[in-house]
Structures are given as structure tokens and as C-alpha cells.
Design a protein around this ligand. Sequence first.
Ligand code: G3H
Ligand code: 13P
Ligand code: ZN
Length: 337
Amino acid sequence: MAVSFKELGLVNTREMFKRAVNGGYAIPAFNFNNLEQLQAIIKASSELKSPVILQVSKGARKYANQTLLRYLAEGAVEYAKELGCHHPEIVLHLDHGDSFELCKNCVDTGFSSVMIDGSSLPYEENIALTKQVVDYAHQFDVTVEGELGVLAGVEDEVVAEESHYTKPEEVVDFATRTGVDSLAISIGTSHGAYKFKPEQCTRDPKTGRLVPPPLAFDVLEGVEKELPGFPIVLHGSSSVPQEYVDIINANGGKLPNAVGIPEEQLRKASKSAVCKINIDSDSRLAFTAGVRETFVQHPDYFDPRQYCGKAREYMEQLYAHKIKEVLGSDNKLAQLD
Ligand code: G3H
Ligand code: 13P
Ligand code: ZN
């Protein structure tokens, strides 16, 4: 039986994006696959009174089970209230939907927002598919994110060797003909913990660490000029914190040359029309750092609550840091009491 996101206490992205664009900050979109990630996201966002987008990929949906997900999302709203956040704004969002059927199923099972990612399709096919999803989702007040331009790396099961920046001259036509509520663009970010090859970077002479090239802010400005005030989304925006990479590598891991998007660039983007920033890999790194460290320090541990507990602490610190110091979404709920 179909369920509306409204029955679960969730909200769509419309109002929060309007406020974020006008207020010069971005809403965090954190991917989750398990209970510890969800707990850490809700704890950090509730304590900091931040709106939050819970993102579920097609793979995560399969991993966590779609029925359980609905109840987890409903539980997240109640948990936020228990933590003293009386008017939480929580979105349940499908990340990188790749078909009309998948998006429809999410709309029918309580998601309040869906992404249809037609970015690997020819332009006209991307428009047709995106419009089909928008026409269905809007009947139920579910908001839709589309994508124009190609990110390098893996986007769910689609692999692209090179990125193709979004063409600002296409965005008005795409937004008008599809009716999307927000648009993901390509300006040099990419998915995963290896966003740039060492040969694309320089090295910090003091630390020896890789320094990535800057994002294409000129493309972002071009898009903003064409679509003033329209909500823009950045995927692939993990910064790959070196502290977690170092913990992982010091405790038996092997992640050489992992590099992400510097946080000051994300801070700058948050002040523009970018109103949603997607972060997944950083949470994976924090989780892995917590687990690896605990196992090395306590070889006798075999209770998942012991090693997942430390991982959850690290993730909570990470989410709080992103909200407060990078995206600026703390204390931005419509009702703060
Ligand atoms: O866009 C990719 C997200 O990080 C989700 O990754 O498909 O492995 O769950 P996943
Ligand atoms: P990261 O791999 O940079 O965390 O990006 C996540 C993302 O874009 C999910 O859609
Ligand atoms: Zn993505």
C-alpha cells in the first residue's frame, strides 16, 4: 500500500532550499546504509538544529531493505524529537535514481524527494526521462533533482573516465522543459575517496600532501547567471579528511593518495546558489577509522557495539563539523523552539 512522506513526518526540499539559497548556506545530504550512520546524522543535525537530507542510493536501498527504510525514516523523525528538536526538517531522498520505475517506487513508499540521474543519457533523453519523473512525483508533492553534466568516476553503476562540465547555456532549457526543483551540476567534483590523480595535483611543500586543482567556479557562476536563485546541487563533495585517512593507514589500512575537495571551496560554494552538498565517502572513512583503530587497540573485542560505537562517535563529529564549519546550516530550522 502506498504511503505518503507526510504521514512519516518528513518534508520535501522546496522550502528549505529557498531559505538556503537566500541565506547563503547549504543543506547537508548525507548518505546512509546502516543504523549507526543514521543515528549519528540525526544526533548531529538535531543538536545543531539543522535541516538534513537522508540520502539512499539504489545500492543502499537494496542493502538496508526498502520496507525497513520507511520505518527507519519515520523513526528518525521521532528520535530527533526525543533529542529535543521539536520541529525537525528531515528529507528522505533517493540518490542517483536511474529509472522511472525506481523513482516511482520511492515516491510510493514514503520518500519525500528523488533524484533522477539522466546525466549519462543524450540530452533529449535526459529531458524526457526527467520530465516523466517530475510529472509523477509532483502529483504527490515529492520534489525532484535532475543532473546535467558528467562527473568523473563512478555514479552508482555508471563509470565515466572524464568529467564534462555542465554547459551553462543548456540549464534554462533543461529546467524549464523538465520542471525539476533542483539541478546537480558538474564543476570538477567526483565520487569516492580518490577525486584527483596525483598528476592533477601539486604538493604542499611543508606536509608533502596532495593539493587538488580548484573547482570550476566560473561554470557555477555561469549557471547562476542563467538561472538566478535556482537551487543547485553538488555531488561528490567529500573532502577526504586526512586525519581519518591517517588513522586508517596507521591501523592496517591502505589508502595511498586519497584526496577530496578542500573544505574552503565547499564553504565558498555554500554561500552561492549551491544549496545541497552530497557527502558519503567522508562518513565511510570516519566509520572505517573508528573500526580499525578499535580493533588494533582492543584485539579482544568481538561485540559490534564496541567497535561500531567508536565509529559512530567519529561520524557524529564529522557530521557536526560539516554542518557548523563548512555548510553553515546550523540553527536554520524554520522553527527553532
Ligand atoms: O553517488 C554515490 C554514493 O556515494 C552512493 O554510493 O552506490 O555505493 O551506495 P553507493
Ligand atoms: P562523495 O563520494 O564525495 O562523498 O559523494 C557522495 C555523493 O555525491 C552521493 O550522491
Ligand atoms: Zn552523487
